[in-house]
Design a protein around this ligand. Sequence first.
Ligand code: SIN
Length: 326
Amino acid sequence: MPDLSIEIAGVRLANPLVLASGIWGTTPELLERAARAGAGAVTAKTCTPGPRRGHRNPTALDWGHGLLNAMGLPNPGAEEEAGMLAEARRRISPLGVALIASIAADTVEGFAEAASIVSRARPELIEVNISCPNVAAGHGEMFAASPDAAAEATRAVKRATSIPCLVKLSPQVADIAAVARAVAAAGADGITAVNTLPGMLVDAETGLPILANRTGGISGPALKPVALRCVYEVCAAVGIPVIGTGGVGTGVDALEMISVGATAVGVGTAVAAGGEGIFARILDEMGGWMIARGFGSLAAIRGRAHRAPPVGRESNLPPVPGWRPA
Ligand code: SIN
């Protein structure tokens, strides 16, 4: 079996698969289940400084090409979350699996508060969710919408905790590379790219939006090409490591994410659809694919899209300037 281990923001993972936030991240038992099933790291559901009820049902729908969800960040608040994270850490640390807390807030101060509270549980990493498409931050738009706001939230978290932080970006911005550069300059230790992409489904009979929130975030297979493009642009722009997330459900999907420059790979909707067996399947497929092609490590695959011409086509495109393995 090829070496699938990676390092992200100083944390060593046995393999690059990360349970994405929002799927199974609400209890220690579910996080442990993903860890036992083979994830290299597991991310908890996002918490905010205080409790949030979330949106009314219906909040999620499988539309055949992935999920559309607008949960509205339901969570018990950072204090209770810290207790949940401490218990999750107690269960998964002996398995050699890293725990990632996830935080969001309406204000810069709220990001600092949530970061400081969840840090008590000593997760290995904190994901800073500045990109939920289903709630408006205090200033009316997500922090990920502007490089300055994204950098401010990042700086606040970095001041509040010594735990390395990964900033989660949105695909719904004009220039994701600019946002990535801003959070990297503000001290982010890594980036998660990307959150869901806003979308909508309508019931033809009633003519009404299906989700109670009307719009929601698209995840799963429909998001994959968007996510690959975003990760490609982010990796060309910054040297910090990236968790590539969006539509990964097979070993080949995961290797494509690594080819565009990702260090690790988030798996979310595929876990919801296929259960925990998905981690072992993806890892087996990655190993088999790499053996068949003579790749001994992920380092040899990482970033190939930045060097190679498009498959089947002559290309005179120069390599993307500035890209280097994280
Ligand atoms: C939600 O809770 O509405 C989704 C969370 C996210 O996409 O960040």
